[in-house]
Design a protein around this ligand. Structure first.
Ligand SMILES: *[C@@H]1O[C@H](CO)[C@@H](O)[C@H](O)[C@H]1NC(C)=O
Length: 217
């Protein structure tokens, strides 16, 4: 019994001292519906709250993910976000969600989220989902309806519709605003742009090729 008590004590101490790995900080109140109209010159790691007396049930409701997004674009995919900017009720609550729709062959191109881990849920169709680790290993799966794949925070990943019909997915994040770095447009479409010589050297190609890629962004 003494051994058991010692084990329990050690386990509880480990639990007490381990650092929680939440992506966003904990809130200090029940909720803080963002007032996006108020200037955020002095941000407190989130947005200013609207007065609780002005908060209604509508602030906790969002129907923006109920419809398919427009998939008639170059990539054949579109992301509809339910994050603090579109759904201010999420402010300080530490989570958000996107709906992604894909035409056949549609691609949500390689990108990363600096502030969040992502959990992908296949809803319709067949999606090749993959990420590359910092050891340069590519991990991937083809997701069908009801299946999950998790993308660790900050790693480059994509989803590609490999099925015959349209596809869709719901992605959830442990941040109210995961942030997104789209690899192609970040490198080839920044303002001002990265010098051609830098990209030519990095990708070991001619500067003409760099210019040709830049012209697409
Ligand atoms: C795929 O989505 C497009 C755009 O909404 C729609 O026109 C088309 O009918 C859909 N295809 C199928 C097979 O549902």
């Amino acid at each position: 019994m003494k051994t058991m008590a010692a084990i329990l004590l050690i386990l509880s101490l480990v639990g007490f001292f381990s650092v929680p790995a939440f992506s966003d900080p904990d809130a200090l109140q029940d909720f803080c519906v963002a007032d996006l109209k108020v200037s955020n010159d002095t941000p407190i790691n989130g947005f200013v709250c609207k007065p609780a007396s002005a908060v209604t049930s509508d602030d906790f409701f969002f129907d923006g993910l109920s419809k398919q997004g427009d998939i008639s674009n170059t990539l054949g995919a579109t992301v509809t976000p339910a994050n603090v900017l579109t759904f201010p009720g999420l402010n300080t609550l530490g989570l958000s969600m996107n709906r992604v729709d894909y035409a056949p062959g549609g691609l949500n191109p390689p990108h990363s989220h600096p502030h969040a881990t992502e959990l992908v849920l296949g809803v319709q169709g067949e999606l090749l989902v993959g990420f590359v680790s910092t050891s340069n290993v590519f991990y991937s799966k083809v997701l069908k309806s009801g299946e999950n794949f998790v993308i660790p925070r900050g790693l480059i990943h994509f989803q590609y519709n490999v099925g015959k019909g349209n596809a869709s997915a719901i992605t959830t994040f442990d941040s109210q605003l995961p942030g997104v770095v789209i690899a192609a447009s970040t490198l080839f479409g920044s303002k001002p742009d990265i010098p051609d010589q830098v990209l030519a050297k990095a990708f070991q190609v001619d500067e003409k090729i760099v210019k040709a890629i830049k012209s697409k962004f």
